[in-house]
Design a protein around this ligand. Structure first.
Ligand SMILES: [Fe+2]
Ligand SMILES: [Fe+2]
Length: 464
């Protein structure tokens, strides 16, 4: 069974940026084909290649001097690399996205473009790179108002048919959070009812868990994110053997971990990646604000404010707020894992959602540094990469919906096939079937975005 393990070597995005910056300078200083250029290009190609063997895309964003890899804050000290980061930023490059299949010639062409290209041209960067036969590397930059060239509008909430209990929990959480945002007191009885609904009903619905684990094509506002993080934390709690009372405490704390964001202007909350230093400080305050708000509410469980305070703290004492070397409470560590997975698999104005299998690889890379290795393993063991209801493509060029998962073989689910017009089911394949040599007959290659109007729930009902 193949799972992303904590032994996946961590990629240092700074090494990639540094290699690009050096290669750029070398292409300006040496004639084409010089061995020094070839050596640096080899280094860059090796580094990028080792990442792309594990994930289909490498995404590095530098937002006001802070480095993000695959949408997650990279926690190493970036101060020492300030001049190199500024150099790229001065060139108008704040993002480098590299996709699988990239050729060394494309990396070299990008470095040459950074040295000689006309970046003030009105032609788009993508078109200028395409003219140099670069198709698997994208460059981006922040533009005024913190919107990007790729900026997209997503619906503000899940669209399409939802599991009824999940829909009810979202509506009730939205109402509760809006009350708090309006300055009213959080009602602990409402919170208990919500926790009961999540544990007794939503957690028992495969359809709901599928919708939470799969990519989410909507701007993930705090209330949706909070319900989703609560459910994902519950999955980890189950793996960790939590009893009923510990589970209720965990779900409550996870549901309220970001309540401090109700005290922060929505336009900042909606754009967590593209913030300047002052905006970032404001959004980071949500941990302390949330804890302060929760500690005043009688009737909540004692660890709920602690988790709100600690959920952005790493296991090695990094993150915020600064609490010295203190190791976060186990419950905070669980919520951190769920929080990062949930944020990655949700859409953002400047970022497409990350598929579950790729998000798990990112968690594996963060294990030991920022996240607890044991809890990342527990999470990955608790979920399937292709949850029921995911639309997937197989290596036999079939498209279908996952209708059964196999806990001992999560990469090889049973898929009900659709035809070219997304009608069906027109057949059923068990992707765990092997040929006479013992090799799998097919693999699931990727999760697809369901086309508009495709009703996954109705399809699952007809495939049952
Ligand atoms: Fe948070
Ligand atoms: Fe969060």
């Amino acid at each position: 069974m193949t799972r992303p393990a904590a032994s996946v070597p961590p990629l240092d995005p700074l090494a990639v940026l540094k290699a690009f910056a050096s290669l750029r300078r070398l292409t300006g200083a040496y004639p084409a084909g010089h061995p020094t250029i070839a050596q640096k290009l080899n280094e860059l190609d090796d580094t990028v290649g080792s990442h792309l063997r594990l994930a289909p895309e490498l995404r590095i964003d530098v937002i006001h001097g802070t480095v993000y890899m695959d949408g997650v804050l990279f926690s190493r000290d970036t101060q020492a690399h300030g001049p190199m980061l500024r150099e790229l930023s001065d060139l108008g490059v704040d993002s480098i996205y590299i996709r699988e299949g990239v050729r060394p010639e494309e990396l070299l062409a990008v470095a040459e473009f950074l040295w000689r290209g006309d970046r003030s041209s009105t032609t788009s960067l993508a078109a200028q790179l395409a003219a140099r036969h670069v198709h698997r590397v994208s460059l981006g930059r922040l533009v005024p108002l913190d919107t990007r060239w790729r900026a997209q509008r997503w619906p503000d909430a899940p669209t399409g048919p939802l599991d009824p209990d999940y829909a009810e929990s979202l509506a009730k959480t939205q109402e509760t959070f809006e009350h708090v945002a309006a300055g009213r007191r959080l009602d602990p009885v409402t919170v208990r009812d919500l926790v009961r609904l999540l544990i007794c009903k939503v957690a028992r619905s495969h359809a709901a868990l599928g919708q939470i684990l799969a990519v989410k094509q909507y701007e993930n506002l705090t209330y949706c994110h909070s319900v989703n993080v609560a459910m994902l934390s519950l999955l980890i709690g189950r793996q960790a053997g939590f009893d009923e009372s510990a589970m209720s405490a965990l779900v409550e704390a996870a549901l309220l971990h970001d309540i401090g964001k109700t005290r922060i202007p929505l336009d900042i909350v909606k754009k967590p990646g593209a913030l300047d230093r002052q905006e970032r400080r404001l959004i980071e305050a949500h941990a302390v604000l949330g804890a302060g708000l929760l500690v005043q509410i009688d009737g909540l469980r004692p660890l709920t404010p602690t988790v709100a305070l600690e959920h952005h703290r790493g296991v090695r004492g990094t993150g915020y707020p600064d609490l010295g070397d203190a190791v976060p409470h186990l419950m905070s560590q669980i919520v951190s894992v769920a929080d990062i997975y949930e944020a990655m698999t949700g859409a953002r104005s400047y970022q497409n959602p990350t598929p579950p299998e790729h998000a798990c690889l990112v968690l594996a890379r963060l294990a030991g540094e920022k996240l607890s290795t044991a809890l990342v393993k527990a999470f990955v063991n608790a979920i399937t990469f292709f949850p029921i209801g995911s639309l997937v493509r197989t290596s036999s060029e079939e498209v279908g919906v996952v209708v059964e998962t196999n806990p001992s073989n999560p990469l090889h689910p049973v898929v009900a096939l659709v035809d070219g017009r997304f009608c069906g089911p027109v057949g059923r394949v068990d992707t765990s079937t092997r040929d006479s040599s013992g090799a799998y007959c097919r693999h699931v290659l990727e999760t697809l975005t369901p086309p508009e109007g495709f009703d996954v729930r109705a399809f699952l009902a007809s495939a049952a």
